[in-house]
Ligand binder design. Structure first.
Ligand code: NAD
Ligand code: UD1
Length: 335
């Protein structure tokens, strides 16, 4: 019996693949490499000493997905595959809806036809929208402000409806906060295309000299130093959360939305200072206007993951920055 990891060559999927292999699980990876490289799969093998089965295929390609299920005994799916750039989604809504939603529909239909009814889905804290007070709790109303966010809200609904229609399904909706960091070995990490949009990849490229200066988007928020506050979580902690979610799905049917965050909020300046410690040099930054769509504070109430899964994040901000810096130094051009 194997676990299928869609998007398993990507940032979070590759770290989860490592942890599943280390836990002795059999895995199959499917990824179209639209935002990743086959090198990530080689590195998963290098770290674990185990060769994962890899299909370079698109979730939209139904015959290819059928073939994967025909050739493997898939018991559960961890579904990471999707496009994730918020800004790009505003300019390419059809591409985002098609890839993320149609891809999920094809996947679930093929799962259903093979009697595989356990899915752990990569949702996002973005589903808490602009109007909920922090800390975000799973029972709060969901909403979105951009096509990327809507794909998460809609896929959560689709998977919930699937369980309503067939209560044998087991659905875990993992709402990630801000995953950062890299594998301790320095072999795996985030490898964004072009100029990064997210804070940590941007800072690391300033530190390594590829970018000149970080723009801090606003210093007049109602936070301890005026800059935006987020719940950064080490990608290895996040990966381990997936193992717990899979164990839960093995023994329970139903639908559960679960936050994967630390419950601690750090400001942009906190992150800059932690990264400066990690890399041993100052980060060049300036204060820029607020970025449209940003909220002041975003952090999780992590209690449900603790209660349901017995999972809690272990690694702090300094370790996240050290591991990212180690990865950056070892892979200045990415993977
Ligand atoms: P990523 O881009 O590194 O990984 C996604 C992988 O999916 C990529 O390797 C890409 O090639 C693949 N993919 C995309 N569309 C595909 C398709 N149609 N068929 C096959 N493969 C396809 O992103 P990530 O950071 O690892 O994120 C994984 C998931 O977690 C995504 O669904 C993302 O929306 C979600 N998420 C990420 C974050 C974050 O900050 N990284 C936060 C919240 C939620
Ligand atoms: C962003 C997305 C969110 C998505 C998440 C993971 C937006 C509005 N939100 O979250 O939907 O789930 O990425 O992909 O795009 N910052 C700077 N300078 C930078 C970059 C960021 O000051 O160059 C600040 C931001 O204003 C924010 C913090 O750093 O306060 C974190 O930003 P980012 O890493 O982009 O993550 P989110 O905005 O939390």
């Amino acid at each position: 019996m194997a676990i299928l990891i869609t998007g398993g060559a990507g940032f979070i999927g590759s770290h989860t693949a490592v942890e599943l292999l280390n836990a002795g699980k059999e895995i199959v990876i499917v990824d179209n490499l639209s935002n990743s490289k086959a090198e990530a799969v080689r590195r998963i093998a290098q770290i674990t000493g185990k060769e994962p089965k890899f299909y370079q295929a698109d979730l939209l390609d139904r015959p290819a997905m059928e073939q994967i299920f025909n050739e493997n005994n898939i018991e559960a799916v961890v579904h990471f595959a999707g496009l994730k750039a918020v800004g790009e989604s505003v300019y390419k809504p059809l591409e985002y809806y098609h890839n993320n939603i149609t891809g999920t529909l094809v996947l679930c239909d093929v799962m259903r036809s093979h009697g595989c009814k356990k899915i752990v889905f990569s949702s996002s804290a973005t589903v808490y929208g602009m109007n909920n007070p922090v800390p975000f709790k799973e029972g709060m109303p969901t909403s979105a402000t951009n096509p990327y966010g809507y794909t998460k809200v809609m896929i959560e609904q689709i998977l919930t409806d699937l369980h309503t229609a067939d209560p044998e399904w087991s659905v875990v909706l993992l709402r990630y906060f801000n995953p950062i960091g890299a594998h301790k070995s320095g072999l795996l990490g985030e490898d964004p295309n072009g100029i990064p949009n997210n804070l940590l990849p941007y800072i690391s490229q300033v530190a390594i000299g590829k970018l000149e200066c970080l723009s801090i988007f606003g210093n007049d928020y109602e936070t301890h130093d005026g800059t935006g506050v987020r719940d950064y979580i080490h990608v290895v902690d996040l990966a381990l959360g997936h193992l717990k979610a899979l164990s839960y799905a093995e023994t329970h049917t139903g639908v559960e939305a679960v936050n994967l965050g630390t419950g601690v909020g750090y400001s942009v300046l906190d992150v800059v200072h932690s990264f400066e410690k990690a890399c041993g040099k100052p980060i060049n930054y300036h204060i820029a206007p607020r970025r449209a769509g940003d909220i002041a504070k975003n952090y999780a109430d992590p209690a449900k993951a603790r209660e349901l899964f017995g999972w809690e994040a272990q690694l702090g901000l300094d370790e996240m920055c050290q591991d990212l810096w180690n990865f950056t130094v070892k892979n200045p051009q990415g993977l």
